[in-house]
Design a binder for this molecule. Sequence first.
Ligand code: SF4
Length: 435
Amino acid sequence: MASKNQIHVGGVPIGGGAPVAVQTMTKTETADIEATLAQIKRVADAGADLVRCAVPREKDAEALRTIVRESPIPVIADIHFNHTLALKALDAGAHCIRINPGNIGGPEKVAEVVARAKQLDRPMRIGVNSGSLPAHLRELEYSNPVDALVTAAVEFVELMERLDFTNFKVSMKSTSVPNTIASNRQLAERIPYPLHLGITEAGTKWSGSLKSAVGLGTLLADDIGDTIRISLSTFHAEEEVKVAWEILKALRLRRRGPELIACPTCGRLQFDMDTVVAEVEKRLEAYEDPIQVSVLGCAVNGIGEARHADFGITGAKDMGMIYAKGEPLKKVPTAQLVDELFKEIDRYYAAGKQLVRDDASAAEAAQWLSENEDATAMTPERLAALEAAAAEQEAAEAAGQTGESAATPPDAGELNGARLDESVSPVAGRRFTRA
Ligand code: SF4
């Protein structure tokens, strides 16, 4: 369940039904203002809504004055151990500060930071990490790490509430994906505050992205989580932002830029589709609109699998086809597929997002498709047609309307002229029967 409460970090709403915010962390020395601002610019261009900077020294807190002023997105100061740095970061204008109440020096120090945040009307992030739980929870951490994380988070939330402070979000981070999922599910049931999600020290770009996609994706699919950060071992923070966006786009939680759909290829492939996909992906970077473009290696399943795509190509040995919204547009030599695809996309935008179709070319492409389509393939559409026909038949029989009065179902064993049998398309164990 999405959090009930909403806070604002700079101008970015977090929680309470706001879009899931993407954040990352700079990897530069914060006091190196030029390098830090350059990285912030890159992550903002990649789509970060928020950025966090480490503040381990006074000169980092001091640098925040300039960084906050010149950053295109709100800046969160990341503080550990030293509550005076938290106060200095707030005074320097940080839009939010992240502290771990368990390592900031005790409740009195937390109260001091909270008082300053209240005075300046700034939100905080209360961060709990599996590696730095309060001493009294260490034993519980060994026997039940999920309970330990949730208990620590709830204790910190209660401390904030005793201080009459509710302008905060909460994070519980663990390197364990199952523990992250379980603890956030529990915490989401118990508190109304926004949740920041992340798998801490997730790893390299490859493994870390997958761990994050599984952990954060599971929670986000359950409507848990209001802001996310992907932690990857790379100096290029923008890579974290790209991964975060792919997770949000995959779940249809947010849209940003074009989406490329590409088949995995198989033994039917007869042209260099890898190159085509790479080229399409690169050229799509110039477009901001969230159009969906599909690349299919062959016409084996027609274009039904990508019928929702705004534009697409399906290739073959010498000729391929360009289509839009599941309808053929034109047939072109394989070598010109990409150029022609982008001509059609540009024509669409030039016409004010209207498809410009040449009927003769479309008819020629449709003809090519019918000649190249594998009519024996059991596409989802064909399976659905079979099931619908079988259901209709059953209903008619149940009503005693067999014979000519019932709608005549298509011959389930015959599709587009191809007679299937059990050896070609087994139905044993599936949800339809064949007459
Ligand atoms: S579209 Fe064609 S080439 Fe691509 S995976 Fe499917 S069958 Fe294979």
